[in-house]
Write a protein that binds this ligand. Structure first.
Ligand code: 5GP
Length: 199
């Protein structure tokens, strides 16, 4: 069966990371595309699983070597998608999940127009602010910066294929799983595999 490319973006504090983990945990056929970043690891994050944590010099080398499909500079750090992951996705052996912000998603949309693009939203701006504050790890300036940016980012939601409002985590997880399941039943994905049996 042809592999699917899933791209998930969302407002910071929309619970995207938790949702992505829940989706992965229940779906062994979905591989997570690990991005490169110059941001230092947060507690609990593992190098090579959550991100490949690299220095700015190393990131620069990756850019110059053409090993990144796209990259952004945000909140003082670089984030970039590895070309290797995209090649693997395009070879079509296994479904791949990319977790990128909107500019990255737009870049991937150009490369993979048939990918499934999903945007995760928090229920309201006030709930989002509460969640960011509860995280406790963000300085006030960065928090305000993120809130302003999120309001801007959410305006991009309409071009995504699916919107998931993360009010209740288990419901949002079910919705994401349903999107993945439906995508795998798309005729443009499935028919190339089924058609030889029906000739
Ligand atoms: P965080 O620092 O909270 O892990 O991630 C910040 C933002 O960077 C998130 O919105 C995440 O989706 C985005 N991000 C992570 N990896 C990449 C990447 O490779 N490319 C782009 N464009 N954004 C990324």
């Amino acid at each position: 069966m042809a592999a699917q490319i899933f791209v998930i973006s969302g407002a910071s504090g929309a619970g995207k990371t938790t949702l992505v983990r829940a989706l992965q945990a229940n779906d062994p056929n979905l591989r997570f595309a690990v991005s490169y970043t110059t941001r230092p690891p947060r507690p609990g994050e593992v190098d090579g699983r959550d991100y490949c944590f690299v220095s700015e010099e190393e990131f620069d080398r990756l850019i110059r070597a053409g090993l990144l499909v796209e990259y952004v500079h945000q909140f003082g750090y670089y984030y970039g998608t590895s070309q290797t992951w995209l090649d693997q996705a395009l070879k079509g052996h296994q479904d791949i999940l990319f977790d990128v912000e909107i500019h990255g998603a737009r870049a991937l949309k150009e490369r993979c127009p048939l990918g499934i693009f999903i945007f995760i939203l928090p229920p309201t701006p006030a709930v989002l602010e509460g969640r960011l504050r509860n995280r406790g790890s963000l300085p006030e300036g960065e928090l305000q910066q993120r809130l302003a940016r999120v309001r801007q980012e959410v305006q991009e939601a309409p071009w995504y294929d699916y919107l998931v409002v993360n009010d209740d985590l288990s419901q949002a997880t079910r919705q994401l799983q349903a999107i993945v399941t439906a995508a795998r039943c798309r005729s443009d994905i499935l028919w190339s595999t089924l058609s030889p049996f029906w000739r």
